[in-house]
Design a protein around this ligand. Structure first.
Ligand SMILES: [Zn+2]
Length: 218
């Protein structure tokens, strides 16, 4: 099992390296967490929010799923990791920000644009199809825009629209809206492209994603 061995090797490096070097931090974190940022990110292995935002353990409450989606409250039945995570972030942690953190070249978004499972059975794509159905309103909008203008890149457009949709869906939860209206929490849309390292933030006034400026050497 070479893959598992590489994880065990990594653990040993962590245990003798960062864990030793940051004993004070980990001792403090052992008493409890108080992150002020919740991040809703894609499960994609290439886009780790703690790397992109260069944060340390204890700084971000992270929830990851396929395509960084938030279901609307009307779709919540029974057990929901997203709804439970939102409640925990707002009611217990009292986070100041909820960041919907999307990314370019998202496999979930690509799959939503060209659904290939159809009437798949469980274990053959049914659950991916059901999850990505959530993005259908945004998909319809993007496909209409593409029909009007062939220059529109459907994948890039849907990656951004999916973030806008998740922000809208966040506002379907009364306790999120109440916290936002009280000024206790701010909702943020962000998208990262691993190809060029560019992070863009959603400008709520214009509805456009704007690159974060960075001073780069050379
Ligand atoms: Zn993704």
């Amino acid at each position: 099992m070479p893959k598992l061995q590489s994880l065990i090797d990594g653990y040993r490096r962590f245990r003798t390296g960062p864990y030793q070097e940051q004993r004070l931090r980990f001792d403090r974190l052992a008493q409890g967490q108080s992150p002020k940022v919740m991040v809703i990110a894609c499960s994609d292995s290439r886009v780790d929010p703690s790397r992109v935002f260069d944060t340390e353990p204890g700084e971000m409450f992270v929830m990851r799923n396929i395509a960084n989606l938030v279901p609307p409250i009307r779709a919540i039945e029974g057990q929901s990791s997203v709804a439970a995570g939102l409640e925990y972030a707002i009611l217990v942690l009292k986070v100041h920000y909820i960041v919907v953190f999307g990314h370019a070249r998202c496999g979930g978004i690509k799959a939503a644009l060209s659904p290939k499972f159809g009437t798949a059975a469980p274990g053959e794509g049914l659950y991916i199809d059901r999850w990505m159905e959530m993005i259908e309103p945004a998909r319809r909008q993007v496909l209409s825009a593409c029909a009007l203008s062939p220059d529109v890149d459907a994948e890039r457009a849907l990656e951004q629209s999916g973030i806008r949709l998740s922000l809208d869906n966040l506002r379907s939860y009364p306790f999120v809206v109440n916290a936002e209206k009280a000024g206790a929490v701010k909702l943020v849309g962000a998208i990262f492209d691993i190809a060029d390292g560019c992070l863009k933030l959603l400008d709520s006034a214009t509805g456009q994603f704007v690159p974060v400026t960075v001073e780069l050497d050379g």
